[in-house]
Design a protein. Structure first.
Length: 545
């Protein structure tokens, strides 16, 4: 009885697991296959239609060994099982190649030969988005996401030329407020899609510019969604590149007006708060080490906006002034000479003897050579004229010393400097040209980087200055502050004319250090940073460390 419970023969174990390279399962003939793979001669369409109408084998069971069996042979076998006789069609190999596209679960068998078939799906998606008015938000979001991924993944084979103006208008609806779907997700996807279109579809440029005015995009800067904010800034930069001369002037004008300045100020405030929170958690790291990819994109686009705001200034710096424009400034030298008091005692240094007519001619000849270099070019003349005609733009003048509230403050200080130290009126325009060149280098107006980033390291300095983005006239306002700093430092150093290069070096050092602090306003730069932290008295401590 005991043997009843045991097998009389030892059984071998059977491995029932599927083989690693073998696929088994049902295969279904897609009734819409002819829509996805339209062949030129229509043969396959006819066969599929015939199979649908007279054959019952629309599904079949198949086994495919990926290691030993060539895929085209497997496709041919399936076609026979479905009743599709490919022998009557011209090129059997090409049809198998197309049908192979449907069978891979990883890369859909996209090869160099058949990758152009992707365009059919792209065109289908574009038509669905373009034609459907009442799609649910989740469906639209999914379709936009799919189409954007195709744009970004296959830019070389994407059918950009097939996109229509109607498609651009439809995508613009999700940004300009005309769509019922007011969602940040769809708005961000639409902005990224429009950005890709701006880079690849020259035939849609005019439509894009008309549907996406820059003032509308500026309003989106207040959106707290970072993708929407970055997309708006990126599209502003892209539209600027596409714009003609007149359109660029209008865009630059918009970027110097209050709405943009206020909006960009709020953007920078949010980023500053976010960075402070990160620094609290990671106090051992500097901000550039903890930047996310989104923040890196944002800072890159802010730097581009800064360069756009400086484009007009850069154009002036690269233009050689005419003789008439240069000679116009001689009147300023005469004005300085006429303000000297005849009773003012001359210093004992023989360098300050009464300058001769020959000296004046030499000074003006040197000035002419300086402004004919580009940069500073015509910008130096414009900056000097602006300096003599504008008043101090500070809104907190009551915080300044009483003697600093006069109009044309920097120009008056230059006159005072001339009266007491230089006593060569024709040399002052040269000083201003030198300071113009200095500021161009500090701000990086005509180059890819500023002298601040080159000095302190690109990893420690953003490619944009907050102060520049928040000023209505950044170059001229900073130039006024630089001139005042030069006059103040000259006085503090008690320098004579032979030491002017030393004064230049100290002033540039002060200004670069001040901008490295990234002040929030002109008042903070002028009062807290330059007058206090980096005054000449405090700079002496730095020099002797």
């Amino acid at each position: 009885m005991s043997s009843f419970h045991f097998s009389s023969k030892v059984l071998n174990f059977i491995d029932t697991r599927p083989k690693a390279n073998e696929l088994k399962g049902a295969v279904r003939l897609d009734p819409n296959l002819r829509e996805y793979l339209p062949f030129g001669d229509g043969s396959i369409n006819g066969l599929i239609s015939t199979s649908q109408s007279i054959s019952l084998n629309l599904t079949t069971f198949a086994t495919f060994n990926r290691e030993d069996q060539p895929l085209p042979d497997f496709i041919s076998q399936l076609c026979k099982q479905f009743g599709l006789e490919l022998g009557s069609i011209g090129n059997k190999g090409d049809i198998c190649e197309h049908l192979v596209l449907m069978f891979d679960d990883k890369i859909c068998f996209v090869t160099e030969k058949n990758k152009n078939l992707i365009n059919q799906g792209i065109q289908k998606l574009a038509r669905i988005i373009e034609d459907n008015e009442n799609c649910q938000s989740s469906i639209i979001l999914t379709l936009l996401n799919i189409l954007l991924q195709l744009m970004q993944s296959f830019p070389q084979i994407f059918c950009w030329s097939d996109l229509s103006t109607q498609f651009v208008r439809k995508i613009a609806f999700f940004v300009n407020g005309q769509s019922k779907l007011e969602q940040n997700e769809t708005r961000a996807l639409a902005l990224e899609m429009l950005l890709n279109i701006s880079e690849h579809c020259e035939h849609l440029n005019e439509c894009l510019k008309s549907e996406m005015p820059v003032d509308l995009l500026i309003r989106h800067l207040d959106n707290t969604n970072e993708r929407v904010m970055i997309g708006s800034i990126s599209l502003i930069s892209s539209i600027y590149v596409l714009a003609d001369r007149e359109e660029r002037i209008n865009i630059v004008k918009l970027l110097h007006e209050k709405p943009f300045i206020s909006a960009i100020g709020r953007v920078l405030d949010r980023e500053e708060n976010s960075n402070n929170q990160q620094l609290t958690k990671l106090s051992s790291q500097i901000p550039s080490q903890i930047l996310s990819s989104e923040k890196s994109k944002l800072y890159e686009q802010l730097a581009r906006l800064q360069q756009i705001r400086f484009d007009e200034v850069c154009a002036l710096a690269l233009r050689t002034p005419t003789d008439k424009e240069i000679d116009f400034l001689k009147a300023l030298g005469d004005e300085l000479g006429s303000t000297e008091s005849p009773t003012t005692p001359l210093p004992s240094n023989e360098f300050y003897d009464q300058q001769t007519i020959q000296q004046q001619e030499e000074d003006w000849l040197m000035f002419r050579k300086m402004v004919q270099k580009t940069p500073p070019g015509l910008l130096s003349i414009c900056a000097i004229i602006d300096l003599t005609q504008t008043k101090t733009p500070s809104s907190n003048e009551n915080q300044l010393e009483e003697t600093l509230i006069a109009s044309n403050l920097a120009w008056n200080k230059l006159k005072e400097l001339n009266s007491h130290f230089i006593r060569r009126p024709s040399i002052l325009p040269q000083i201003l040209v030198h300071l113009t060149t200095m500021l161009i280098q500090i701000l990086g107006i005509c180059s890819d980087s500023s002298s601040v980033s080159r000095r302190f390291g690109i990893s420690k300095v953003h490619r944009f200055f907050r102060l520049v983005l928040q000023c209505e006239r950044p170059f001229h306002e900073l130039f006024r502050i630089l001139v005042e700093l030069f006059c103040r430092t000259w006085n503090d150093m008690n320098a004579n004319f032979d030491e002017i290069n030393k004064v230049y070096n100290v002033v540039q050092d002060q200004f670069e250090r001040a901008l490295f602090e990234d002040p929030n306003s002109l008042e903070q730069l002028e009062i807290e940073t330059l007058r206090k932290k980096f005054s000449y008295f405090n700079m002496q401590k730095v020099f002797f460390i």
